[in-house]
Design a protein around this ligand. Sequence first.
Ligand SMILES: *[C@@H]1O[C@H](CO)[C@@H](O)[C@H](O)[C@H]1NC(C)=O
Ligand SMILES: *[C@@H]1O[C@H](CO)[C@@H](O)[C@H](O)[C@H]1NC(C)=O
Length: 226
Amino acid sequence: MMKGVHYFLATLALMALASSFASAYDPSPLQDFCVALDDPKSAVFVNGKFCKDPKLVTADDFFFPGLNIPRNTTNPVGSNVTLVNVDMIKGLNTLGISLARLDYAPYGLNPPHTHPRGTEILVVLEGTLLVGFVTSNPDNKFISKLLKPGDVFVFPIGLIHFQFNPEKIPVVAFAGLSSQNPGVITIANTVFGSNPPISVDVLAKAFQVEKNVIKELMAPFMGSKS
Ligand SMILES: *[C@@H]1O[C@H](CO)[C@@H](O)[C@H](O)[C@H]1NC(C)=O
Ligand SMILES: *[C@@H]1O[C@H](CO)[C@@H](O)[C@H](O)[C@H]1NC(C)=O
């Protein structure tokens, strides 16, 4: 009896110790940045979102309809991503997960991009999809596969990846992402279409090409930012 109580207390103490160690870690960022303020009165954002009073929560806080509807893929790349993150489902706040529907026109491309805060797991429902990602420096190994319906593929957090429809049948895929706000950095748009633009001299040196090549690469993204 006494022995049991001691054992219980020791376990409790260990658990308290473990949780105090765990809370010593820095929190994971839930947006691009969260600049610190000394005066809490002037603070507007927290890491993530504020929480609704649980008494006022309804089923709609965890609901998003219409992901069965094909999206319009008539655009320069021939693909359309419908991301269902914490902005669409407020109930996702702090839960570390989100979902996307991906539509690809014939020969459509979801261009090279990264998710700074999430790993992605994708399943193909219809059509054929060529997918790939590249590992970080110095190896930069290209890992690629041709997927058919039912195939599942993983894009590890932060790595540059793409999906391309190599056939004339439209493709539908769905993907889960391990963040309430995984973020998207599309390489071409980010590097050649930033606002304001990165200097042509910087990009010419970075890509080891003439400046007019950089200007040509920038052209499609000019005027696309407001
Ligand atoms: C994606 O599809 C939706 C609905 O079909 C459309 O409103 C939106 O403009 C499309 N996005 C792109 C980038 O084409
Ligand atoms: C798809 O988007 C294109 C370009 O914005 C537009 O011209 C076309 O009417 C849209 N198609 C549908 C079915 O909404």
